[in-house]
Design a protein around this ligand. Structure first.
Ligand SMILES: O=C(O)CCC(=O)C(=O)O
Length: 247
């Protein structure tokens, strides 16, 4: 797994410059070609962080997932754009340059059923609930939290998504570069289905390698049978996409 916007500085000025046309006539863009080749050579599934994607006259923040043959299995366009304003701390308006994606993305891979979200997507618990309901074992969120929200929210949100939905959550952030226009919090992490941090790192360049045991999903769901205890008679979340595809 790679971080959010790993092929470009994180800025609205840079997104158009570094954007790649991922679907261009069936040919892979330079960054996705590299990921595809790496996945195929190493025989691993890659959740390819995200890059700015150009599609016609629009730009998206897009994560590509490759299987161990190097085939592009899924493409997730960030569906919640990072438009926030915390005066004196951080203001970022992704919607100045980017368009929001329109579909949740869940993909069956050799290493499990994976739901994909990109950074700000992690704040929307409904997306994680829908992924869990569709059988996700793991949700991967490439991200780049910042020095204001990172310390308070980065781990909290990951643990909440994992504990609420009783699945694994993996995040990957760029390392911190204090000279950059956007200073990332770092701290890539893997959280287990009990909300436990299984592996994490600081803000320097690093690689996390950890084992995931999907049999624990069943254990935790038996320990705490939340799904059975939900009060569907009082509240329900509608999976609009599934509803549309069923009808
Ligand atoms: O939600 C946050 O605080 C940070 C989100 C973010 O940096 C992003 O979506 O790129």
């Amino acid at each position: 797994m790679l971080p959010e916007i790993w092929n470009s500085p994180y800025s609205n000025d840079c997104f158009p410059v570094y954007a790649e046309d991922i679907d261009a006539g069936g040919e892979a863009s330079p960054s996705t070609a590299m990921l595809s080749e790496a996945a195929g050579l190493l025989k691993v599934t890659i959740v390819g962080g995200s890059i700015p994607e150009r599609s016609g006259d629009r730009l998206y923040n897009t994560c590509c997932v490759f299987d161990s043959d190097g085939k592009l299995k899924a493409k997730h366009r960030k569906i919640h754009l990072f438009d926030i304003d915390i005066p004196g701390k951080i203001t970022f308006i992704e919607s100045k340059t980017l368009t929001a994606g329109e579909t949740p993305t869940i993909v069956d891979t050799e290493v499990g059923r994976i739901g994909i979200g990109i950074c700000y997507d992690i704040r929307f618990q409904e997306l994680a609930i829908i992924y869990a309901a569709r059988g996700a074992h793991l949700i991967c969120y490439p991200g780049a939290f910042n020095m204001t929200t990172g310390p308070l929210h980065w781990e909290l949100l990951q643990r909440a998504r994992a504990a609420d939905n009783q699945l694994y959550v993996a995040t990957c952030s760029p390392a911190r570069d204090v000279a950059a226009g956007y200073v990332a919090w770092g701290h890539s992490t893997l959280v287990g289905p009990f909300g436990e941090v299984l592996a994490t790192t600081e803000h320097e360049e690093d690689i996390i390698i950890a084992e995931i045991d999907y049999s624990l999903l069943e254990v935790r769901r038996t320990n705490l049978p939340l799904t059975k205890q939900r009060r569907g008679d009082l509240y329900q979340l509608v999976d609009v996409q599934r509803l549309k595809s069923d009808s």
